[in-house]
Design a protein around this ligand. Structure first.
Ligand SMILES: *Cc1c(COP(=O)(O)O)cnc(C)c1O
Length: 378
């Protein structure tokens, strides 16, 4: 059996252990310390020197705290892009709130501004103004941020940007994760850089950042004893994990180049296969980190479907995966309201994510190309 080719696997830069060793030497084996501060500073410098970053235990934790700081309470409603990973929507349920799912548009696969406006207007008519909007930059592709931020401002609803997959992506030159009141980052094992597990919340004021750190460290009031006037969380990032993050930040630019290189690799393979579209930026306003490369297989033109391609890959021990199944189709969210047509459903039906790691060898790429060519050209 050939060695396994993963969709996206960790890719260490080399200096991660140096930062971990420093933490051990100085006994900063705790959820605070120089690596946590250093990692936050590295992220701020990378994104935009004016933002304030709070390093947390996971991207999911970051979404949860962003919702709480946006005032989401029991019984409220929160708008969420339907086509996404469940971690975008689960924290809405942690708050006792109801997700209102919204369809995607075809160009970026992200929340459709038209359907978003419709959802807000209908919910307001029903007497339920949504408390927040969660927009996702799927697979690194920036959403249509001009339209979406304009709607959030018009209605006065906080925008939370789930940029878990989009570190290094930009829209009109501005970093994804810096448009909303809050931006969510993830450093899980399969993301463009990883800390093994971890996340961060991007804020725009020192007050928001301080409040997020406060909530993530059990909400201790300023007193010599343990005094609490808020419900707290244990969501802060460990100083060991942050050491991995500092090492990864040294190679982030290379990782973006390599992922974008994988996208070009697929564009090249599919350029003479009719009926397959490689997911690409609609125009130069959009700059994707291409965390995952994905395709849409049109069965009417190719006479093939994406599931058979997935199985052909699997036979050669190559991992590929259907696109995120929309949240409004998930049993757990069956009762949640949904606005849109069936664009995300159609994308889910025909879409496939392909191996996209920054560490794939020429030999592995050759194996991938061989399977694709055999599958479509017989
Ligand atoms: C990975 C991911 C998350 C969750 O991040 P974790 O760090 O794994 O908690 C949230 N949203 C999206 C879109 C993701 O891909």
């Amino acid at each position: 059996m050939n060695n396994k080719i993963w969709l996206s696997s960790p890719h260490m830069g080399g200096n991660e252990q140096k930062y971990i060793n420093e933490a051990f030497k100085e006994n900063w084996v705790a959820p605070l310390g120089p690596n946590v501060n250093g990692f936050e500073e590295d992220l701020e410098n990378f994104l935009n020197k004016n933002v304030k970053v709070a390093a947390l235990s996971a991207g999911t934790a970051a979404i949860h705290l962003a919702l709480i700081e946006s005032g989401v309470q029991y019984g409220d409603e929160v708008i969420c892009q339907s086509m996404t990973f469940s971690a975008s929507a689960n924290p809405i349920a942690y708050c006792g709130a109801t997700p209102v799912f919204v369809d995607s548009e075809k160009e970026t696969w992200n929340i459709c501004p038209k359907a978003l406006r419709e959802a807000i207007e209908v919910r307001i008519q029903k007497g339920k103004k949504p408390k927040a909007i969660i927009v996702v930059h799927l697979y690194g592709m920036p959403a249509k941020m001009d339209e979406i931020t304009a709607i959030s401002k018009e209605f006065g609803i906080d925008l939370i940007e789930d940029a878990a997959e989009a570190l290094g992506s930009t829209y009109k030159g501005q970093a994804c994760g810096t448009f909303g009141r809050f931006g969510v980052l993830s450093f899980n094992g399969n993301k463009i850089i990883t800390t093994s597990g971890g996340g961060a919340l991007v804020c725009h004021t020192k007050e928001d950042q301080d409040k997020i750190v406060f909530l993530s460290t059990q909400a201790r009031d300023n007193a010599p004893h343990y005094q609490h006037s808020h419900i707290g969380f244990n969501y802060r990032m460990s100083n060991i994990v942050a050491g991995i993050g500092r090492g990864q930040m040294e190679v982030l630019k290379d990782r973006i180049e390599a992922r974008r290189g994988m996208h070009s690799f697929y564009v090249d393979i599919f350029k003479d296969i009719d009926g397959v579209d490689v997911f690409s930026e609609p125009n130069t306003d959009f700059y994707s980190n291409h965390w995952l490369s994905a395709i849409i297989v049109n069965p009417d033109i190719t006479g093939k479907n994406r599931e058979d391609l997935r199985l052909a890959f699997l036979e050669d021990n190559i991992e590929s995966r259907p696109l995120w199944k929309p949240m409004h189709l998930q049993p757990v969210f069956a009762d949640a309201p949904y606005y849109g047509t069936n664009i995300s459903e159609k994308l889910f039906e025909d879409g496939l994510c392909l191996p996209s790691g920054s560490n794939l060898t020429e030999e592995e790429k050759e194996r991938i190309a061989t399977i694709i060519n055999k599958f479509f050209k017989g």
